[in-house]
Design a protein around this ligand. Sequence first.
Ligand code: PLP
Length: 279
Amino acid sequence: GKVILNGEMMERSEAVIDMEDRGYQFGDGVYEVIRVYDGNLFTGEEHIERLFASAGKIKLDIPFSRDKVLSLARQLVKENGVKLGTVYMQVTRGTASRSHIFPDPSRTKGVFSAYTTEAPRPEKALENGVAAITEDDIRWLRCDIKSLNLLPNVLAKQEASGQGCYEAILHRSGTITEGSSSNVYIVKDGTVITHPATNLILNGITRQVTLKLCAENNIPFSEKEYSLEELRQADEVFLTSTTSEIMPIVKVDGRQVGEGIPGPVTRKLQLLFQEELNK
Ligand code: PLP
């Protein structure tokens, strides 16, 4: 398929990234993953807004406007004929001889790249729910930035996968923050609870959609800290992300959540999310 490197569409085999690209050497860049449903970007503007916000937080100048990035993403989806899949895009601080110090912005431009994937919805998992483990959150203190540095997330997800689980739920000294690549929620006595959007989590676009759906449908919710112990005592647990949507978690560290099946609040939110996609 085709990819975009800087402003240009080309065959993937023709795209060249330099050995001294700062994304490659330092993880010095930011990224986004946008879902494609029926050939259309879902919440595309929100993702691009967050890409620019992440870039701003690391003082990285994206060499295109928001509108240009959005139209490049749309063109790529169309060109590759993607109906159900994703667009991955990232921007690095560019190519310069290796030094921690930022390169001179008058000589080095950010490197923008994007490609698409075909990706089905995880239907079976959405129906039956998944298992998770809990892990120490060993990340830095700017988890609000969607940066390319994902080593702690990779290690946590690998640990989950090795134990036959779908996700690692992270906690800082017993306070649940989020998943290795998702936001995490508990339901207690009908109220949806999730960590507030501080520097300790990524404010997921799917999280924002989910909380909006709660607000619009009189589902009580609270953005507040909750503990590992509250996770263990929860009536329901679920996670959200661009690719996982609203995913029930029915087992945590080998123990059943509630009855061990997706709960009614999670199911209701899944239905509302489906309606949102059909709009
Ligand atoms: N938290 C982390 C650490 C993530 O990597 C992701 C996305 O993959 C999310 C949360 C969910 O964000 P979104 O709903 O925007 O995909």
